[in-house]
Every structure is written in C-alpha cells, then in structure tokens.
Ligand binder design. Structure first.
Ligand code: SF4
Ligand code: MSK
Length: 652
C-alpha cells in the first residue's frame, strides 16, 4: 500500500492531497504524520481537572507485574480518572447536540408565534405526532396554537429539574422500566450535562460505577432528548425527508460557477440560502462576474440536512473539508457549529477562499464573521452570497477539480421507511419484521460517525458496511459514514444486487430501496432509535430494543458527540462497536464495566474493534445470538468472502 493509499481510499481525496502538496498547503493529513497521539491521553489516563496535575496514571505494562494502586496527587484512582474523562466526553457531546436543539427550539417557537416570517410550519402531520407525544391537547386548536404549545413544552425539556425527559416515553415500555430501575431516566437535558460536569470536578464523584451510570443518564438526555428534539423540530420546519436523488464528492464543485460551501450542522442558514440563492438580483450579480451562476453545495452534516430535504450536492465528509478549498474553486465557505477545523483559515489563505463564520458561538481567528440572526435570516444569507460573488474574480490559476461524483438516493427518515414498507394507507414496520423473521434480512446495523485522520479515510466504515450487507444485514447510516457510502455507490437501489446478500437484495428490489439507508445527520441518530422502537412495537421480535437482532458501529469516530451517541445506543440496549482507539483502556475495570457489565445493566454493551472485518464478525455474531434467543435462527451460515471474491465484487 502506498503512503497515499494509507491516507484515503477515495480517489478525489487522494488527488487533492497531492495537489495540496504541490501547492505547498499543509492539511490534516500532513499533521497526522508529523504529530502522533499522546499514548497516556489516548488511553484516558491523564487528568487535568485541577492545578495539582496534570496527573498521569498510565496502565502498567504487562511485564511490570502487579502494580501498586495508581493514583493522582489527590488520590483519584486510574478508574476514577478514566471514568471521569469518558463521562466528560459524553457531557460535551450531549451539550453539542442539545445546544443545537435549543437553537432550533427557540427558532421554532418564534416561527410559530409569527415572529420569524422566514420560517414556517411545513409538516403539520409530524407536528401533531409530536404534540401527542408531549401531551399537548389538539382538539379544535389551530396549527399555530399547537405549534406554540409544542415550542414552549420542548423548551421546558432543557431546564426541567425533576421528572423525566418527555420523549423517553417513546421507548418500549421494557426499556423505560430498565432506565427507571437503574435510576438513569434523564430529568432535564441541561440538568444532566451540568450534573455530570459537577460530578467529574475534582473531589466529587470518585466511584467509577456511579460516574458511568451518570454518563449513561446524560447520554439518554441526548438521544431521547436533545438530538430527538432537533430532528423532530427540523422536520416540522423544513419538511420530513423523503427519498431524493443527489450527488456526492468533490466533483460537484463547478469551475464556471461561483461555489459556495455550507459546512457545520444547523440547517437554519442553509435552508435560507437555498431560497435566497434563487433571488433574481443575486443571480444577476453572479452572472455579471462572468460566472454561469451560483453552485450551492454542502459539507459534513450541513450537507446531510440540505441533501435529505432538497437534493443539494454534497462536496464531502469531515476529512474533505480542507480539500474542497484545495480545488481552488471554493469562493466562499460558510461554517456554523461543530466539526469545522480551525485549519480552514490557513488553507483558505493558500487559495482565494473566503471563510465566513456565522454563529456567535463559533468564531475562528482569521475568518470573516457574518452573524446569522434568524430574525433577519435573508439579510445574512444575501450578504454571504454577495461576498461569494465579489470573490469570484480573485480565483487563482491553480484550479483543479477531481472529476469524481456519485449518484445517491437518500432521505430515509423513520416515517419514510414506514411508508415505503407498508404503503401510505397501512404504513407499518411489519413487512420489515416479517423479513427479519423469515431470515431474508438477518438483522439491522446502525453505522454512524465521523472520519478520523488516524485511520485510512473511509476505509474502515466502507469495509464494515460492505461486509454487513453481503451478510444480509440492512444498514442504517448517518453523518460522515453515510457520505462514505454515497461516494462508494452503496446508496442506490442498484447497489442491492451488486453488493448485498441474496436475501437482503431480494427485499430491497421488491421495495425499491438501497441496502444502505441514509437517515441524515449526527442528530438524526435519534431516527435510528425510533426505527428500532417501531420494530419492537410491530411485534414478533421481542419486547425491547435489546431483544432485536441489531448492532451499532462507528469505526472512524473522532468527536465527543460520537461517544455520546454510542453511549445512548448502548444505554438503549444496542451492542455498539467503535474503532480507531478506545478512551478507557488505561483502566481495566472501567473498560470491563463498559464492555461486559453494562450488558447486565442495560442489556447493551460497548465493543472496540478497529479491524472492520472483525468488527463485522462481532456484530453479525451478536445479531445471530439475538436471532437464536428469539427462536428465528434456523438458517444462515455467515458468508465469508475470500480475497478473490472480494476483488471481484469491488471491481464490479
Ligand atoms: Fe491530579 Fe487529582 Fe488534580 Fe486530577 S484532580 S489533576 S488526579 S490532583
Ligand atoms: S459531521 S460529528 S465528523 S459524523 Fe456531523 Fe461528521 Fe462526526 Fe462531525
């Protein structure tokens, strides 16, 4: 394998890494070579929670034999330090998703009150559903009245001090019982984040088991709270995604057009840009520069949001953000919150790109700031687009756009899957359950999460997902992992015959769906929770999510949000495997609790396996174990492909 092939399996990415080198522009791929991760930090054994530290309590090397109790200056044990670090990742991830949700909820309420005329209620059906789940009486009330009540109730979810986050009632009853018995039913979203930060402060909670239960409670406030609120309200405001065709990869950038890339997570500004870009005045100004128009494209989860609802092209996933600029044709990149690398400012300087920050919460030194105020949404969108128009003339000669793009069919919300499987008038997950029971579909996997510059870009996720679908496991994807699938051609109905096992392919062909279903952005992992719940409720596969032949994975994770997501998957009863590195290996006890004992508590557990084929095996074994427990295990030998067969399929 050449050095370049170790960096990415995506041809467009490789071409732009080479171009960046020629242009003398440093990227994350260079820094990943130059700087190795700190081994003590990587295993979660470094504490800097007070000024007597940082204290390092690395795991003893095997040959050193039994060591005396490792502890920091204050006596915090390796277990406490490891559990605190893990818990703080959960708190940060939950905070990110939930602060996103708060912003959406505030905009939603203002829109419902008519204070933000540019945002309207688009999906009344979904609004009614949410209202019922929040015990808002519908009666003779107008849509506006219901929306106002929903907005107010949802905002109460953040600051509630006691009681329970409302949407946990959506989970199967058995699951709710488990949470209540363990005392991890989340109260208010903010309360769980604040309490976990308090518990992990120097000298507070110093029992790793207690810390990890609190981490689980906090993560549930994300999955069944903040993230679910974001997804629900975004669907009501901007429409529930339905299948739509789109394109992906750096080839979506256009040499003869003004390229505007939106990057980040919140769909508010991107949605407004989609309409303002059509404004005749903006179009006229664009044409006056000699460009053929404005090409609006997305990056990371902003891209997922726009793609799912409008089919707007996607330039790439997390590790491609700098490389979009390296093409030399990005006239403007607008970023809001989360997953934006600070290095974008340096890369933009190598070319002519204007980097614009738009959130008051996320500024970047060296970037221009145009604040997005939802009350004057079009004004900010117009300003941003005019900056891009004005910058087109500054393009330099070093332009090269990889010609790689792939078609993809996306937009599989939880409700859409319901309709596709059961039909508009008898929407149901029953057909899915039937196919799981009869063995055509072996099980369901949720593969989510990021890219990570410590592993070959897109490779672990893609290898894992191909292995799963070959073995008749239908895969639900979100975030940057979904984009990996899009680039590799797994998100089209044709992919079923090409890549899936016989059983899964036959079901996909009958329904007309790809074997891998793109469910949206990082916050949309809540859709996976609801899909799993719907499978339980449809019947025949047990009484809880943990009974289902289901597993989760994030083999290229990098963000704290991914840990929060993994933790709420596990606490919801799902076996979840992460790759790259595992942040608690410094403590055997903590790792054992997460990887083994959690199963007794939550009937779900964590796993760590960086090798994608081994990860697939462990997920399939888990799925088969669940099938056996359900008594539906009669058939099925796992299909193992040798290298020749694998090459044959990859070349197809
Ligand atoms: Fe060290 Fe304890 Fe301070 Fe952490 S809290 S840095 S272990 S003294
Ligand atoms: S953008 S959190 S790199 S999936 Fe949601 Fe991608 Fe991970 Fe960010």
């Amino acid at each position: 394998m050449s050095d370049l092939e170790k960096k990415s399996i995506d041809p467009a990415t490789i071409k732009m890494i080479q171009k960046a080198a020629v242009d003398g522009c440093e990227t994350i791929f260079d820094r990943a070579e130059a700087m190795k991760p700190c081994p003590i930090g990587a295993e979660g054994s470094c504490c800097k929670n007070c000024a007597m530290g940082p204290c390092r309590v690395p795991a003893p090397k095997k040959k050193e034999g039994p060591a005396k109790k490792r502890m920091g200056l204050c006596g915090a044990t390796a277990e406490t330090i490891s559990a605190r670090n893990f818990a703080r990742m959960v708190a940060a991830g939950t905070a990110a998703h939930s602060d996103h949700a708060r912003g959406i909820a505030k905009t939603f309420l203002a829109a419902a009150k008519g204070e933000m005329p540019e945002f309207k209620i688009k999906d009344e059906q979904k609004l009614y559903q949410i209202a019922m789940d929040l015990d808002v009486e519908i009666g003779e009330k107008s849509v506006q009245e219901i929306a106002i009540e929903v907005g107010k109730k949802v905002l109460e979810e953040f600051g509630r001090q006691d009681g329970e986050v409302s949407f946990i009632k959506r989970a199967p009853l058995k699951r709710q019982e488990i949470w209540r018995k363990l005392g991890v039913a989340p109260r208010g979203i903010d309360r769980e984040v604040v309490e976990l930060m308090h518990r992990t402060h120097m000298g507070v909670d110093q029992d790793y088991q207690s810390l990890l239960l609190s981490a689980a409670r906090c993560s549930l406030a994300d999955g069944w709270g903040g993230s679910m609120i974001s997804t629900d309200l975004q669907d009501v405001l901007f429409g529930n995604p339905v299948p739509v065709l789109g394109q992906i990869n750096l080839g979506v950038l256009k040499k003869d057009q003004i390229n505007v890339v939106v990057h980040g997570h919140e769909p508010l500004l991107p949605e407004v840009l989609v309409s303002v870009v059509k404004d005749p005045e903006i179009q006229k100004a664009a044409l006056a520069t000699g460009a053929k128009g404005i090409n609006l494209v997305g990056m990371c989860c902003s891209a997922n949001e726009l793609l799912m609802r409008h089919g707007i092209p996607v330039a790439g996933n997390f590790l491609q953000q700098e490389l979009a600029i390296v093409t030399g044709v990005v006239d403007l990149m607008a970023v809001d919150v989360q997953c934006e690398m600070q290095s974008l400012a340096q890369v933009a300087k190598c070319y002519h790109t204007k980097l614009i920050t738009t959130s008051p919460k996320a500024k970047i030194e060296g970037a221009m700031h145009i604040e997005f105020d939802e009350r004057h949404a079009s004004e900010a969108a117009r300003k941003i687009l005019m900056e891009a128009v004005g910058n087109f003339k500054n393009r330099k000669a070093n332009v090269e756009i990889p010609d790689d793009t792939t078609d993809q069919v996306v937009g599989f919300s939880y409700e859409t899957i319901n309709y596709l499987l059961g039909g508009m008038f008898r929407a149901s997950y029953l057909p899915l359950n039937d196919n799981i029971i009869n063995g055509r579909i072996r099980g369901i996997a949720g593969v989510v999460g990021c890219n990570n510059a410590r592993v070959t870009h897109d490779d672990p996720n893609l290898t894992l997902i191909k292995e799963l679908i070959k073995n008749d496991v239908i895969v639900l994807v979100t975030g940057c992992a979904a984009m990996t699938c899009g680039k590799a051609g797994l998100l089209t109905p044709d992919a079923a015959r090409k890549y899936a096992g016989e059983g899964l392919a036959s079901v996909c062909e009958a329904v007309g769906i790809p074997p891998v279903l793109h469910m949206g952005s990082c916050v949309d992992n809540s859709r996976i929770l609801l899909a799993a719940t719907a499978v339980v409720k449809a019947g025949g596969l047990g009484e809880d999510i943990s009974d289902l032949p289901v597993a989760g994975a994030a083999l290229e994770w990098m963000s704290e949000k991914a840990i929060a997501i993994g933790e709420y998957f596990v606490a919801s009863g799902i076996y979840t495997v992460f790759g790259v590195t595992w942040p608690t290996t410094g403590s055997e006890e903590v790792t054992k609790l997460l990887f083994e004992d959690y199963e007794n508590l939550f009937k779900g557990k964590w796993g760590f396996e960086p090798d994608p084929l081994k990860a697939a095996k462990s997920m399939i074994d888990h799925i088969d174990k669940k099938r056996k427990a359900l008594g539906i295990d009669k058939m099925r030998e796992r299909v193992l492909f040798d290298m020749a067969k694998r090459r044959e399929i990859e070349a197809a």
